[in-house]
Design a protein around this ligand. Structure first.
Ligand code: SER
Length: 315
């Protein structure tokens, strides 16, 4: 990776990945793009261009203009929004991906795009979900993710594009908030714990999902992209995870630091149904063996850091 084009740079992952990549590869070597300009450091601290990922010509032209050799394609609608607007999700998630893959093919770029625990469905084994298993998701987001995994494999075998990817669990961070996801409750809870000392969860108690703190997610992207390709038996959509918890466990961890914190429930049937269709925990062995995936943050360590950083941010 020397010169990198990032789509969806102002989203939850991009907002931190761009900064981290600029510190590693140099500010001028990370071209951030997004459909909007929010004036943040991603926009001001290096090259930034407006890009709607459904505009194939503009994506290609930007990649060519900056002579990039790597594309990190992040722009996508998350699960709950995709369920509300399935056709838009199909057009944006699949249209954006195929445009990014075509650009990578034509300009011989290395390629990364995230898949998700959303690529699994109700018939997938729920606990320690294997790397290679049944994938029959019941959400539009899941359909997009499975199709995306297959498409990335196809571009590798058919055209030799160096495509790589992981299945991210719910990502927790204090910099940019996620939007329209099912796992977002695990981010919102920290904001509400600091602001109001209470949180009403739209995900029901007892609903386990995999999660990861953003620093581990960023390292995973960079480590996979830097990994020796001869060691990769899989290329796309490695299972990775750092922890699995349900809302009560998260609340109990927050209570250790904010004893007055109170949790109540007002379950959203739409997002609860999505959560129920996903695994309780996934098995990251293939990622560990093939490119040395590791995570640093468990629930306790993440909670200490989240609360500390958010207190500063919100004060
Ligand atoms: N965090 C995502 C969501 O909830 C899953 O990839 O949609």
């Amino acid at each position: 990776m020397k010169k990198i084009l990032v789509t969806g740079s102002l989203g939850q992952i991009g907002s931190e990945l761009v900064t981290k990549m600029r510190s590693i590869y140099g500010s001028d070597n990370v071209i951030a793009t997004d459909i909007r300009d929010n004036g943040s450091n991603v926009v001001t601290e290096g090259p930034f261009e407006i890009l709607d990922v459904t505009d194939a010509t503009k994506m290609y032209d930007l990649a060519k203009k900056y002579e990039v050799d790597t594309i990190v394609h992040l722009a996508a609608l998350l699960s709950a929004t995709a369920e509300k607007k399935p056709l838009l999700a199909w057009n944006l998630n699949m249209g954006g991906l195929v445009n990014a893959l075509e650009t990578a093919r034509e300009l011989k770029c290395q390629f990364f795009t995230p898949s998700s625990i959303g690529a699994f469905g109700p018939s997938t084994p729920k606990d320690q979900t294997p790397q290679d298993t049944i994938q029959r998701p019941t959400t539009m987001y899941g359909v997009n993710k499975v199709a995306g995994e297959l498409l990335c494999d196809y571009y590798f075998t058919k055209f030799g594009v160096d495509t790589r990817g992981v299945r991210f669990p719910g990502l927790i961070s204090y910099v940019a908030e996620p939007g329209g996801g099912t796992t977002d409750y695990a981010v919102e809870i920290y904001y509400e714990a600091i602001k109001n000392k209470r949180f009403t969860s739209y995900i029901d108690k007892g609903t386990y999902m995999d999660m990861m703190y953003m620093p581990d997610a960023l390292n995973a992207i960079i480590d996979l992209m830097e990994a020796d390709s001869t060691k990769l038996k899989h290329r796309n959509a490695f299972n990775i995870t750092a922890m699995s918890f349900e809302p009560e466990q998260l609340a109990a961890e927050i209570k250790k630091h904010i004893p007055e914190f109170e949790m109540s429930y007002d379950v959203d049937p739409a997002r609860q149904a999505i959560a129920k269709s996903w695994p309780n925990s996934i098995d990251p062995t293939a990622a560990q063996e093939e490119w040395g995936f590791k995570s640093e943050y468990d629930l306790a360590k993440m909670t200490v850091d989240m609360l500390e950083k958010l207190k500063i941010k919100l004060s």
